[in-house]
Every structure is written in C-alpha cells, then in structure tokens.
Design a protein around this ligand. Structure first.
Ligand SMILES: NC(=O)c1ccc[n+]([C@@H]2O[C@H](COP(=O)([O-])OP(=O)(O)OC[C@H]3O[C@@H](n4cnc5c(N)ncnc54)[C@H](O)[C@@H]3O)[C@@H](O)[C@H]2O)c1
Length: 267
C-alpha cells in the first residue's frame, strides 16, 4: 500500500505501542514523519530507522506540541496529517479517593494534548485548505470501560473531534478519531500486570476472539489519513473486534423460534 506517499505527518506518543506501529505503517505507505515523545532514546532510534525526524515533546506543554507542527511546516513546507496519540492511564481508584492534582494531570495528558494538537494543526492546515487531524480515543470514550478520569477524557476527545470537524469542514480539513479496544502495548500490559494475562483477557472479551495488534490499529489510522476516507469526518472508528457493537452471545441466535414469545421473552 502506498496511499500516503509524501504525506507530511506528525505523531505524538510515537516511541512505543500504537504510535510506534502507526509510524512504521505510515513510513511503509510513503509518509514523511515528524515524531514526538517524552521517551527520547526510543523515539530517536525509531526516527532513525524510519528516516523520520524526532523532537522531544511533552504533550502537556502547548509549546512542545506547537514545535512539532512548526517543524513539519518549516522542514517539509506543510502538514498533511496530525495524529494526537500520546497517552497514559492516568489517575486510578474510586471517585471519592481521586486526588485533584492527579485528575488535572490526566486531563492534561489525554485531553489538553489533543486540544493543542488540533489548535496548531488547524493554524497550518487552514491556509492550505486541506489536512487530516486524527486522535486516539478509546472504547472507554464510548462507555464505562476504564478508570474515571481516563473514561472522561476519552469521551471528551470524541466530543472535541466532532465539534472541531464541524468547524474545519468548510476548509476541507477532516477530523476523526480511532477508538481501540484492548491492544497489547506497554500501557495495557502494565495495567494488567503482565503481557500474557493482558492478551488472554482481551481475546476472551471480544466477539471475534482476536488479540488485536498495534499494527491493525495503525491500519485504521492509515485509512483515515488516506483519500479512501475522503468523505469521513467527525467520526470515530473502533477497530475492537466487535467489543462495542456485538454484545449478544452467538448462542442466542441458535435458539429455536418457539423458545421466545412475540415479545422476545423466554417461553
Ligand atoms: N493499548 C490499548 O489497548 C489502547 C486502547 C485504547 C486507547 N489507547 C490509547 O492509545 C494511545 C497510545 O497508548 P499505547 O497503548 O500505545 O501505550 P504506550 O505506553 O505503548 O504508548 C504511549 C506513548 O505515549 C508517550 N507519552 C506518554 N505521556 C506523554 C507525554 N506527556 N508527552 C509525550 N508523550 C507521552 C509514552 O512515552 C509512549 O511512548 C493512548 O492515548 C492510549 O490511551 C490504547
């Protein structure tokens, strides 16, 4: 696939997991990459392997995110795609115990970062009247499936995606989100305690019984960044192997029709 040839793309949180896989996928499809992360060694090594640029970037700082966008504009003359992906699990625990500072830090990492990315990308893309802004939400952005602050922030990412998509549509800029389910990465393996437990739990939970890979999530980003998604804006794609939308157990459909009355109740 070479749908992204010469598309100048910024990715935050690119040093590992979904960001790294997306960088590798976009490089294979021909994109020119500017990568940012707080993990400098891993980020620089990846950038070198892919012929990309790397900037040390803490997404909680507006100036750091702005610098990524400006690097793309200065060195490549434009920005075709902005991917707001960096994240951590953030504040954990019961609602009554969550520290206000930890709540604020979680919002800074998961939500303010997306606002900064959208704001600075829009400034560069608007005069060009084209571009794609993508953000990593989560299935926890649709239902309660994570810690409180994480869930609230990922819901907010979807709200911001829709409202900014509405504003930027007249400038030909598409704004969408990807909502992964459980994908083995540093973040989820740490949350489950070990990689094997994480893989087994995630596979058991989704209807397709798959361990969804980071590269498969990267495929959703590549699609949304490409012209194949030319009519897609203000939307969210959940490459979650059916986790969100296929709740009914398959055995339900195997019951004989007489098993249920006209109202679907058990006979
Ligand atoms: N893995 C999953 O199952 C899953 C599911 C839904 C959503 N997500 C989201 O995907 C995104 C990537 O997570 P991942 O699973 O690849 O985890 P990961 O830990 O492998 O990668 C996250 C990356 O973000 C970077 N990062 C963290 N804080 C940062 C900061 N302040 N500034 C810059 N970079 C920072 C980390 O250094 C790391 O390289 C996150 O937004 C996460 O919430 C992941």
């Amino acid at each position: 696939m070479t749908r992204l040839v010469d598309r100048v793309t910024v990715i935050t949180g690119a040093a590992s997991g979904l960001g790294e896989a997306t960088a590798r996928r976009f490089a294979r499809e021909g994109a020119k990459l500017v990568l940012g992360d707080i993990r400098e060694d891993a980020g620089r090594a990846l950038a070198q392997a892919l012929g990309a640029s790397f900037l040390l970037c803490d997404v909680t700082r507006e100036g750091d995110v702005q610098a990524l966008v400006e690097h793309a504009a200065t060195h490549h003359g434009r920005l075709d795609c902005m991917i707001n992906n960096a994240g951590q699990l953030g504040a954990l625990g019961r609602i009554q115990d969550i520290d206000a500072a930890a709540w604020g830090d979680t919002m800074a990492i998961l939500l303010n970062s997306v606002f900064f990315g959208m704001k600075h990308a829009a400034r560069v893309m608007r005069p060009a009247r084209s571009g794609v802004i993508l953000s990593t939400s989560s299935v926890a952005g649709m239902v309660a499936l994570g810690p409180h602050a994480y869930t609230a922030a990922k819901h907010a990412v979807l709200g911001l995606t829709r409202s900014v998509a509405a504003e930027l549509a007249e400038d030909g800029i598409r704004v969408n989100a990807v909502a992964p389910g459980n994908v083995p990465t540093r973040m989820t393996e740490m949350a489950y305690g070990d990689a094997d437990a994480m893989r087994k739990a995630s596979q058991a939970r989704n209807p397709l019984r798959r361990v969804v890979t980071a590269d498969e999530i990267a495929g959703a980003f590549a699609y949304l960044a490409s012209d194949d998604a030319i009519n897609i804006t203000g939307q969210v794609i959940a490459p979650d192997a059916g986790l969100m939308d296929c709740r009914m157990d398959a055995s339900y459909y195997a019951k004989p029709p007489s098993f249920f009355d006209a109202y679907g109740n058990r006979g």
